[in-house]
Design a protein around this ligand. Structure first.
Ligand code: G6P
Length: 383
């Protein structure tokens, strides 16, 4: 086992470190950076049907569900087809209306998750176009779907999914690019994203350099029993997935929250010393991010930030002490994990790495084995 972990203490850490490579494997032979095109062999015979579909329904569980959520915005933007994202078990319980001109995309690392397979059966019976996005070649899901994409991330052993998430997301981005290839109005945006994919691997390696500071932060945070992870827009799914990583292996009650919802409830939890991870990398929602930051800091919550290297200021010096009650701190007093900037829709891939490492180190510092969290299995093959 020592050998297979390649010198890493745990499979999870090994798999975290594999990501600069595994996302390249997902793109290999599929993204042509020179002529700005994407080819997915498994889908080529089905593109017309998919592009004509009246709706795309993405269905998955756990981390795979989060990769669907993360990809929704881009699917909507590039394809102009209505997208819905479904947790497989809830989808089956509801048995919602589904039509022959729907395209259903099933995302699963193992390809054996019972909930997802039952949902697939339901959609096949209704004559919908069923597409798989799977890591394990030859798995039930890859056999039973009509067509699909293998994410080629390599075997994932750690129960907490890491490299499968980033590769699923890259696969979904490639699909959105492919489905919108016939849309002239999206040409510039598609080019920007394809260029972004080309530099993602080296930026991921840069994020890995934060490992030591993340370990230190985890040491300081390890006795906390609860934690919030906040994100908006593209980073909402990152927040949910980051919180899932933290809770499943460190057993800290971590909750992913949409920044815009803070004022509708969760703000009541914010008080002195509550740890809050704020995903505050620069994008078009940055004003909303900055206002959430002040909502949190003025209530003396204890944010740590994921921000863009050389990004804009988060806390204005003049605003730092307007609260009146207690002098708020300056931006430089807070822990900041600075990540490189990329295209907004790809930022998720860089940001989630920080939260994967934070989850990993919280588990290790608390003395837990991150590879085998209690009560959980790598693939849940019963309903
Ligand atoms: C289990 C695992 C999760 C995983 C989920 C979906 O609950 O513990 O890590 O995200 O199943 O698995 P899948 O193989 O379908 O992606």
């Amino acid at each position: 086992a020592e050998f297979k972990r390649g010198g890493y203490d745990h499979f999870m850490l090994k798999e975290i470190y594999e990501q600069p490579e595994s996302i390249v494997n997902t793109m290999r032979g599929r993204v042509n950076f020179e002529n700005q095109s994407v080819k997915l062999g498994g889908l080529s015979n089905y593109l017309t049907t998919i592009r004509r579909s009246r709706r795309i329904v993405m269905i998955a569980c756990g981390t795979s569900y989060h990769s669907c959520l993360a990809a929704r915005d881009l699917f909507e933007e590039l394809t102009d087809i209505p997208i819905s994202v479904e947790v497989a078990s809830y989808f089956i319980d509801r048995k919602p209306p589904l039509f022959r001109d729907d395209t259903c995309i099933f995302v699963s690392q193992s390809g054996e998750t019972a909930d997802t397979l039952v949902a697939l059966k339901y959609c096949l019976e209704r004559g919908a176009m069923c597409v798989g996005v799977v890591n394990v070649v030859g798995s039930s899901l890859s056999r039973l779907t009509m067509c699909g994409v293998h994410i080629n991330a390599g075997p994932e052993i750690g129960v907490a999914s890491t490299k499968a998430f980033t590769s699923q997301y890259v696969a979904l981005v490639m699909m959105a690019l492919l489905f919108s290839e016939d849309r002239m109005s999206k040409l510039q945006r598609r080019k920007e994203i394809i260029d972004g994919l080309g530099t993602l691997s080296e930026k991921l390696s840069e994020v890995l350099e934060l490992n030591d500071v993340i370990e230190e932060t985890a040491e300081a945070m390890k006795d906390k029993t609860k934690m919030l992870v906040l994100g908006s827009g593209y980073q909402y799914a990152t927040a949910l997935e980051g919180a899932l990583k933290i809770k499943e292996i460190s057993y800290i009650l971590a909750e992913g929250i949409l920044m815009g919802e803070l004022k509708h409830g969760p703000l009541a939890l914010v008080e002195k010393d509550l740890p809050i991870v704020m995903i505050a990398t620069k994008d078009k929602l940055y004003d909303l991010v900055a206002s959430s930051v002040s909502q949190v800091t003025s209530r003396l919550g204890e944010p740590v930030f994921i921000t863009s290297k050389n990004g804009p200021r988060l806390i204005e010096p003049t605003k730092a002490s307007t609260d009146g009650k207690v002098a708020a701190r300056a931006e430089s007093d807070y822990v900041k994990f600075e990540v490189p900037e990329t295209v907004d829709c790809l930022q998720t891939i860089l940001n989630i790495l920080v939260l994967q490492m934070l989850g990993y180190w919280l588990a290790v510092k608390k003395g837990y084995d991150p590879d085998f969290p209690r009560n959980l299995a790598k693939a849940v093959t019963t309903r």
